[in-house]
Design a protein around this ligand. Structure first.
Ligand code: HEC
Ligand code: HEC
Length: 501
């Protein structure tokens, strides 16, 4: 029996090194992050919390400094060294949204309640913007094509506020955000039913709210019909430096492939690049690589944008509060001395960036189990690999540990139209309201060990990888329906392969 499996295995490996341009070596690959990969002993809540294995001693030290800052709850007490929180924000630390460097979770609905309001320590927030029908231009006047801020707000809704930000609703920021679930059923061709849930949001208590006696309605600029909202849940932090090191030409080559037979066509996003802007580049635009719609070009831009935006701590890349110039900011600043100045030192900012780049990807497990191998083959047969590109060899990077590594992230780094079910209807640079970046799948099998309530997909709606697959529509419809048509045993094999990642 043993000999037999080995023979079949050998035959399989030999016959399918490349299948339709896909390097099938991913089936057996163990070191998902190349030499950065860490090997874990058993299940661990710390699975995502390791420095890349090939950092130098000095780099490990920098990483650990960043680790401390990533977990720190910033304070709005100006006498503390870690001050700078607020005046409005979504959470108090990076780690609170990127739970143990993994995914966040949606709020718990109290028993018997339909809606729950977002309070402290929620890892979900709303992006907001207005769309007036005019396409955004890549010009300085149009903020290089960034989503258009809602007047009086910004392009992110900050539901928490520092002491003194709101006299009417202490603790609240620009507005209160509420969430409930809409449920639906997915029925497999073989009759099995999976219950799906989707979070739905409503906004109340906006700081500019007033009663309009003419229409008899409570109004705010935020409640107007041209305002688009999109929910976002904290993402895993592993392997980001490696994703940064993937050659741009390799990503663009994937966008050039003709996958029209299966209805797939990945697109790049081109986005504002703060580092080019700081270097006075007249056209500060780069390929988007991070964020759920590829709306930032680098870990530097994304991390320091989050420090200023999500937490409200200004820094040398983003020296102004996100809400500067809005009436809420003017109100908060009344009686306070000047602007607060840049709140985080350059050292703090750079440590956070280095940390975010240098978290290790865990090694794959169970790779020689027959079911896992079967599942890995099926992953290609039902076209998951058209978007979840198994492997790349990285190019250059400022940090040498990430250079020339064969990696297995299972993402093409491109945007795809995922259909109406997943759409948020909100444009972000070149990404439409139906497009999302293909999520990397490396490390996915550790998700619920790291955070038992973690959610998948951009708004955390999916409780399991299976639910995440069943939400795939649009360009993902073909693969989803091929998956759904598999016999149950094969579906389980494919899910076990994902578990092995
Ligand atoms: C309020 C929750 C929240 C906080 C606080 C937060 N993040 Fe995030 N983070 C997110 C969400 C949501 C995304 C996806 C954003 C998007 O697509 O627009 C994200 C994305 C990222 C990414 C890109 C990951 C990827 O795969 O594309 C990095 C890097 C990152 N955050 C770093 C940080 C750092 C560093 C901090 C602390 C300074 C921080 N974040 C604080 C919620 C948060
Ligand atoms: C057309 C491109 C495409 C195809 C084909 C595709 N996916 Fe995806 N996948 C995506 C995108 C885009 C997302 C992120 C959607 C979002 O953020 O809401 C995603 C998300 C996921 C997630 C959730 C990951 C996370 O971190 O939240 C899983 C699991 C997944 N895909 C598995 C699969 C499997 C298995 C298949 C084959 C049956 C497949 N995908 C086929 C594009 C694709």
């Amino acid at each position: 029996m043993k000999v037999c499996t080995a023979l079949i295995l050998q035959a399989f490996v030999a016959s399918s090194v490349f299948a339709q341009g896909i390097d099938m070596d991913y089936v057996h690959a163990v070191k998902s992050g190349g030499d950065t990969t860490v090997f874990l002993k058993g299940e661990s809540v710390q699975a995502f919390k390791n420095p890349a294995a090939n950092l130098t001693e000095e780099e490990v030290f920098r990483h650990l400094t960043g680790d401390m800052l990533f977990e720190r709850n910033f304070s709005d007490d100006v006498s503390r060294f870690d001050h700078g929180l607020g005046p409005v924000f979504n959470n108090t630390s990076c780690n609170a949204c990127h739970s143990r460097d993994g995914r966040g979770a949606l709020p718990v609905l109290p028993a018997g309640q339909e809606w729950v309001s977002l309070k402290q320590n929620e890892s979900v927030f709303l992006r907001i913007s207005i769309e007036d029908g005019n396409p955004r231009q890549k010009t300085a006047a149009d903020h290089w094509g960034a989503p258009k801020a809602v007047p009086g707000f910004s392009d992110q809704l900050f539901h928490l506020g520092s002491f003194g930000a709101r006299e009417d609703l202490p603790g609240v920021g620009q507005a209160q955000v509420w969430m409930k679930y809409e449920k639906s059923n997915f029925v497999y061709p073989d009759g099995e039913v999976v219950v799906l849930r989707k979070p739905v949001f409503k906004i109340t208590g906006a700081y500019d709210e007033y009663f309009d006696s003419v229409t008899g309605q409570v109004r705010s600029r935020l409640y107007e019909s041209d305002v688009k909202t999109g929910a976002r849940l904290g993402t895993p932090m592993i392997g980001l430096g490696l994703l940064e090191a993937i050659k741009e030409s390799d990503i663009l080559a994937l966008a050039q492939r003709d996958l029209s037979a299966e209805g797939v066509s990945g697109r790049p996003n081109y986005v504002f690049d703060i580092q080019k802007s700081m270097a006075n580049d007249p056209y500060p635009i780069s390929l988007g690589r991070f964020g759920l719609k590829n709306n930032t070009p680098s870990v530097f831009h994304q991390s320091l944008g989050a420090l200023r935006g999500d937490i409200g701590v200004t820094n040398y890349a983003f020296p102004d509060e996100s809400i500067v110039g809005t009436p809420l900011y003017e109100f908060y600043m009344k009686g306070r001395e000047g602007g607060a100045g840049v709140e985080a030192s350059q050292e703090v900012a750079d440590s956070l960036v280095f940390y975010s780049q240098s978290l290790a990807v865990p090694a794959r497990r169970m790779v020689s189990e027959a079911q896992v191998i079967r599942g890995a083959q099926l992953f290609h047969q039902v076209n998951c690999t058209s978007c979840h590109q198994p492997s790349f060899t990285t190019g250059n990077h400022a940090i040498s540990a990430f250079r020339q590594q064969k990696i297995y992230p299972f993402t093409d780094m491109l945007l795809h139209d995922m259909g109406e079910g997943l759409a948020d209807g909100r444009q972000d640079f070149d990404a439409s309201g139906r497009e999302w970046k293909t999520r990397p799948l490396w490390g996915l099998g550790h998700t619920h060990t790291v955070n038992p309530r973690a959610g998948f997909l951009h708004d955390g709606r999916a409780r399991t990888a299976e639910e995440a697959i069943l939400w795939h529509g649009g360009e993902g419809e073909f693969a989803k329906s091929k998956f759904a048509q598999l016999p149950k045993m094969d579906r389980q094999a494919l899910l076990l392969f994902i578990k092995s990642l």
